[in-house]
Design a protein. Structure first.
Lengths: 197, 476
């Protein structure tokens, strides 16, 4: 996973709530067997509308998505995170994320930042009025900064440490392999097995 | 202080607990399918890692599989590559796979329980959000992303932050004609699509205890639609009776030991939940969705709501956008909505009881002119059972299409899709924009409402069908 420390970029204000992962990346894209090449599928249905915010020329190259509440609901597809990253997004800001999407994003180095809806409103107003306005997402300081906005955000220390260092979960877990083996040795015999010995 | 069911199962699976770290949980069963696993197997290969516990891992093909002509090569080349990739990965790593054409093939969440692999007190994961289904047996079951699929393949564990717990108590008995699907749609409408976020839901109370295992699976299946990663129901005699004799259920002494353990899996009387919701079953009636998320639902007897009636600005905007997408007017009676397609199937309502309920209603009747009805069993075994009971004949005689098992039109990854602007009544779980096909419009309904809707051509309940019969001379 790529490390995330701090990032500054222009924003895409997405004034929609309940953006489900089917909207972020429709199912027919999920037939691909790679982690890349999903950028054209991002918000595919909405992008057919030339007025959709992502299609506006002033949003080209933007890297911070500022979305409405309950972003990433529905399907567990990690392809939603890959699509956002493939397109160029480094961070997503919302007042509320769906659990599975949030977990997936943090495992891929896409920083999902939870801020109060009032701050999200302020960021929407700022970046709609001035598309060139930059937003800084600072994981070290746990702070989002933009013109007229300074807001701290929460992220558990373990997730933050893994993101700052770009650490791979599996390697960390395998350091505790002995604990897994100890647990396995005491599992009850009635637990089912998929393979018959 | 006592513990909740979720806390008991959680505690029994902690491999490692350390200050400042998420708990490391052991995973008892890992289900795989073709869509969310290829990148995980690639990760294993890249790092030279094996699958740690092949004996706790099983794969099936469901999302891409066609429901017609399954003996012919898969027409869509991209789908074909994805299925072939799963077959190649399972062969290379040694994972048990039930592929298209195999008698145990089917929707992953139908296959696990029917094999008896899903049991009380287990941790079950799958790269699919409807893994919550398996919580119906009193285990902790949750959907995971592909990075976590790789993590479980490599370590048979997952680092997880301990969730909060929410009790959803359903008092009293469900009125006649009200099903598990109506109940869960009403619960989601009540707590909202984000209401369960961060929680494990425990469904309890008289109405829940009376439900069959299959109905319990319908309830737990849609926990994710309320934002909860997992939903669960305490195991009881209904659970044990369902499991006994299934291929992977414990036998002999193991069965006795298992049941003794399973009986401890109840929330203690003095356990404290972080949140509680109480529902009175008697107040419920058939429930359908009108919008583009599963929380946008209402009783079938109601009208499409007026967005202006929402106090919350984002909910108001969401309702406006939903009505525009769905092509509906505020104030329109839900029963006046005509449909083009009826879909019966999915991990929510694709089990044998669902098919029996539909057959009961549709028997001797005809699907309305201009309406296409698809009946897709949740697994090959469900399909065989339905055929042995003659249900396929009932469906075909009514004018419905009887298909092979798979996810099918629930998400339209295979050729079963809605055309733009087409409207469905669907027993599946998501009414998101374009979910069943680009531009398609979905109303989520119970199997019973699906059947009545197919006959009348507009959203309707079996009671409406009886009323219509009363107005029409017999024999027509």
């Amino acid at each position: 996973m790529e490390a995330f420390t701090t990032h500054t970029g222009r924003a895409v204000p997405l004034r929609r709530s309940n953006v489900d992962t089917d909207q972020i990346i429709p199912a027919h894209w999920l037939k691909k067997v790679t982690r890349d090449g999903f950028e054209d599928g991002l918000f595919e249905a909405w992008r057919k509308d030339p007025e959709f915010v992502l299609n506006r020329p002033e949003r080209e190259g933007a890297t911070v998505l500022v979305a409405g509440p309950d972003f990433g609901t529905g399907s567990s597809r990690e392809h939603a995170v890959w699509a956002l990253q493939n397109y160029g997004f480094k961070a997503v800001i919302s007042s509320r994320f769906a659990d599975i999407f949030r977990g997936n994003s943090l495992k891929n180095g896409l920083l999902t930042v939870v801020l109060d809806q009032k701050i999200v409103d302020a960021l929407w107003e700022l970046t709609e009025a001035d598309p060139t306005a930059g937003i800084t997402v600072d994981l070290q300081a746990r702070e989002v900064r933009a013109e007229g906005v300074t807001a701290s955000f929460e992220l558990d220390e373990n997730s933050r440490w893994r993101l700052l260092n770009g650490l791979d979960d599996i390697s960390i877990t395998l350091q505790n392999e002995a604990d897994i083996a100890t647990y396995e040795a005491k599992r009850p015999s009635f637990k089912p097995r998929t393979l018959t010995a | 202080m006592g513990r909740t069911l979720a806390e008991k199962v959680w505690d029994d699976h902690v491999v490692r607990r350390a200050e400042g770290e998420p708990d490391l949980l052991f995973i008892d069963l890992h289900l795989l399918h073709e869509v969310t696993s290829p990148q995980a197997f690639d990760g294993l290969r890249k790092n030279g890692r094996p699958v740690r516990r092949l004996d706790l891992t099983i794969a099936t093909e469901d999302h891409n599989t066609p429901t017609l002509d399954i003996d012919k090569p898969i027409a869509d080349p991209v789908s074909r590559v994805q299925l072939e990739t799963l077959r190649k990965n399972c062969a290379e790593f040694g994972v048990r796979l039930h592929q298209l054409g195999d008698v145990e093939q089917g929707v992953v969440h139908v296959v696990g329980p029917q094999l008896g692999l899903t049991q009380p007190g287990m941790t079950v994961v799958c790269g699919d959000s409807h893994t919550s289904t398996h919580g119906a047996f009193g285990g902790l079951a949750f959907g995971i992303g592909t990075s976590q699929v790789e993590h479980v393949l490599a370590t048979q564990t997952l680092p997880m932050a301990r969730p909060k717990t929410m009790a959803i108590t359903v008092n009293g008995a469900l009125p006649d004609g009200v099903t598990a699907k109506d109940l869960i749609l009403a619960i989601i409408a009540r707590i909202g699509t984000g209401g369960g976020q961060g929680y494990v839901l425990e469904y309890r109370g008289e109405a829940i205890e009376k439900l069959s295992m299959e109905a319990r699976m319908t309830i737990c299946n849609m926990s994710i639609e309320a934002g909860a990663r997992a939903g669960m129901i305490a195991p009881d005699e209904t659970t044990f009776a369902y499991l006994e004799g299934r291929p992977h259920a414990p036998k002999g002494e193991d069965w006795d030991a298992a049941v003794a353990y399973w009986k401890t899996l109840r929330s203690d009387d003095d356990a404290e939940f972080d949140a509680e919701v109480v529902i009175e079953a008697a107040e419920l009636s058939p429930f359908v969705t009108w919008g583009t998320n599963p929380g946008q639902g209402a009783p079938l007897s109601a009208a499409v709501p007026d967005p202006a009636s929402y106090e919350d600005a984002s909910e108001r905007l969401a309702a406006e956008k939903a009505l525009e997408y769905m092509g509906l007017e505020a104030g329109q009676e839900l029963r006046s909505i005509n449909v083009d397609t009826v879909f019966v199937g999915s991990c929510t309502n694709g089990r044998i009881e669902d098919l029996r309920a539909v057959a009961d209603i549709i028997k001797g009747r005809k699907v309305a002119d201009g309406v296409r009805m698809l009946v897709v069993p949740g697994s090959a075994r469900v399909g065989l059972q339905a055929v042995s009971e003659g249900l396929d004949v009932v469906f075909k005689e009514a004018g419905a299409e009887w298909r092979h098992a798979g996810c099918s039109m629930c998400l339209g990854m295979n050729p079963d899709q809605l055309a733009p602007g087409e409207r469905s009544a669907s027993t599946s779980n998501r009414n998101f924009e374009g979910r069943q096909g680009k531009g398609g419009r979905t109303h989520l309904v119970s199997p019973q409402v699906a059947a009545a809707t197919a006959v009348l051509g507009h959203l309707a309940s079996p009671a409406d069908l009886a009323d219509a019969d009363a107005r029409t001379p017999a024999g027509v």
